[in-house]
Design a protein around this ligand. Structure first.
Ligand code: DX5
Ligand code: ZN
Length: 220
């Protein structure tokens, strides 16, 4: 796989034509699909559940990652794996037993990720780095697309890379929120390996292929 992967968020997609939207994204050359699942409790918004992901599975051959912005995510990791997600990312702030939840995800055969809200220190994952496949740094406060990238997260990305190097070099660093033409180069320079983009990428829905190429170029 590429050095830096581009994972479009489904949030700006037309939820009435998700299958076609996924086909267009795959056609345009994105690397994986980022499903933003919200429960209206952990974040002040509700999106979709596992049945929607499952019904979209046959419209795409790309890897599906799910970003669970829900409380007590351990209740649903199995459903999202059955729906066809290979990477399950939970919020450290949303479960009382993060180490156990990561073990559950791995025991079910998926890769495990942890997302940290902007204010949450990296120390929240310090003792589970060996259980992680992906560490996702939120560069916006979760719940909505189209927000501005929080500049101070640049330093947190750098620190996340240092933590990875010091504990488990196989962990990939992902950045989610406000990733656009203006912020991609900085993210990648600081060590981001998977970039989530929603509004900035889908703003170019009329020439998606060209936009994906441009985003990939900015990320090299
Ligand atoms: C926010 C989501 C992000 C968001 C990204 O809660 O986790 O994935 O949809 O969208 P943009 O790129 O518009 O910030
Ligand atoms: Zn997300």
């Amino acid at each position: 796989d590429r050095i830096v992967e581009l994972a479009p968020s489904i949030l700006p997609c037309d939820f009435g034509r998700l299958g076609e939207e996924l086909q267009a994204l795959e056609e345009a050359g994105v690397d994986r699909i980022h499903w933003d699942v919200m429960d209206g409790v952990f974040v002040p918004n509700i999106t979709i559940g596992a049945p929607v992901v499952a019904s979209c599975r046959r419209y795409s051959s790309l890897p599906f990652e799910v970003h669970l912005m829900i409380i007590d995510p351990e209740r649903y990791v199995g459903e999202f794996i059955d729906a066809g997600c290979e990477l399950i990312t939970v919020h450290a702030e949303a479960t009382r037993h993060l180490h156990r939840t990561l073990g559950l995800i791995k025991s079910l055969g998926a890769r495990a990720g942890v997302a940290l809200n902007p204010a949450t220190p990296l120390s929240a994952v310090e003792h589970v780095m060996d259980e992680l496949d992906v560490l996702m740094i939120m560069s916006v406060n979760p719940g909505f697309g189209g927000q501005h990238y929080i500049e101070s997260m640049d330093a947190k990305i750098l620190a996340a890379v240092a933590l990875r190097e010091a504990t488990n070099p196989s962990v990939k660093i992902e950045v989610d929120g406000g990733v656009s033409e203006e912020t991609i180069a900085g993210c990648v320079m600081n060590g981001a390996q998977i970039l989530v983009s929603g509004s900035a990428l889908l703003a170019h829905r009329d020439n998606l292929g060209q936009a994906v190429n441009h985003f990939h170029q900015l990320a090299t």
